[in-house]
Design a protein around this ligand. Structure first.
Ligand SMILES: [Zn+2]
Length: 359
């Protein structure tokens, strides 16, 4: 797979963060707390896995503070687990154990926390979120009700989800009051908004605030479960269909007009089919772009033979699989931005973006 050397915004989003550079710091933190060498190694690895899982949700400068608080947290979690294990061992021989298992209580607490979190949203946020998530209303019809645009409703829903996650964790923890910087920091982390993370200096706050250090973990480790990103590995024609549908669904949530949904789905088909034909296998990632300008970004990459003459491959009418579609030039025409990086023998990465027109 090839990642271009110039680290513009799209490459920054897909490039592997330098986690190896964090190893000495993480090792030092864990070793100062855990004597056992093998256990320490496990904890270091666990920390790095978590940092990797969160890497694309935080701005690059925040990786180190995040690694530090994560290392501290995994050590504490290990102690808690050992402690719980000891208590459970005790419980096995204690015949007067109450009938209600811990899990029931846990579930009740979670339900209560969701209720509390929903209460803390604004009336407007709560209504929109419930209509969308519970009643299954789409952004277009909600926009009509609210006299707004689908894009604005989608943005509002994402903000509401981010806030709901934060309020849920606070309610579950029953921590109140908190410092006045805590909510803005947690919100910036929850929404994965890197610009906002810089503005509120989230990295420094995580190091100073024990509460946020703890609560930020589940916010940042949503990893593969991110609802604003889809990743599909591409091997066969059936994957082309999957990728196409996934891109369409995500674009619909951004608030694209119906004709644009077809345009995006078609462009995704073209780059995906290109992977199947020429590289055999690869990966496609479709991501919602949030912020003042909304849109959708598609990154298609493979570790195939690469393209010898990119200019020729991108010229209209050129297609090595005769008549089977519009190929890469077609995809470029359909999208607003298109970048192709190819390295012979190493593979090709196509990054393309479509911006949402409001209305
Ligand atoms: Zn805090």
């Amino acid at each position: 797979m090839s990642v271009p050397e110039s680290a513009g915004p799209p490459e920054e989003a897909i490039g592997q963060p330098d986690v190896a550079a964090l190893i000495p710091t993480v090792r030092r933190i864990v070793a100062s707390r855990v004597r056992d060498r093998a256990a320490a190694d496990d904890l270091v690895q666990e920390t790095l896995v978590r940092v990797l899982a969160a890497a694309d949700r935080v701005e690059p400068g925040m990786l180190e503070p995040y690694a530090i608080v994560t290392a501290r947290n995994v050590v504490v979690t290990m102690w808690q687990q050992q402690d719980r294990h000891r208590r459970n061992q005790h419980r096995v021989v204690d015949l007067r154990t109450p009938d209600t298992p811990d899990e029931d209580m846990l579930r009740r607490e979670e339900r209560d926390a969701v209720a509390v979190a929903l209460e803390r949203l604004s009336e407007r946020e709560r209504k929109a979120l419930l209509a969308h998530e519970v009643a299954g209303r789409d952004t277009r019809s909600l926009a009509q009700d609210l006299g707004s645009t689908a894009g604005a409703v989608a943005a509002q829903l994402n903000r509401a989800r981010a806030r709901l996650r934060v309020e849920y964790l606070l309610a579950l923890d029953q921590v109140e009051p908190i410092g006045e910087r805590c909510r803005p920091v947690l919100l910036a982390l929850s929404s994965g908004d890197r610009r906002r993370q810089r503005e509120v200096d989230a990295g420094r706050h995580l190091l100073e605030c024990e509460l946020c250090a703890r609560l930020s973990q589940p916010l940042l480790e949503r990893g593969q479960q991110r609802d604003d990103l889809v990743r599909i590995s591409i091997r066969a024609d059936s994957d082309v269909v999957l990728a196409r549908q996934a891109a369409r669904d995500l674009a619909e949530r951004v608030g694209f007009a119906r004709t644009d949904l077809t345009v995006i789905a078609t462009a995704v088909s073209e780059v995906t089919r290109n992977i199947v034909r020429f590289a055999g296998s690869g990966e496609i990632m479709v991501e919602m772009i949030e912020g003042p300008r909304r849109g959708i970004q598609v990154v298609a990459r493979d570790a195939g033979p690469g393209i010898a003459d990119v200019e020729r491959a991108m010229s209209d009418g050129y297609s090595t699989y005769h008549g089977l579609g519009m190929g890469l030039p077609g995809a470029r025409r359909l999208m607003d931005e298109f970048a192709l990086v190819s390295e012979l023998g190493r593979g090709t990465t196509v990054t393309m973006t479509k911006w949402c027109r409001e209305g």
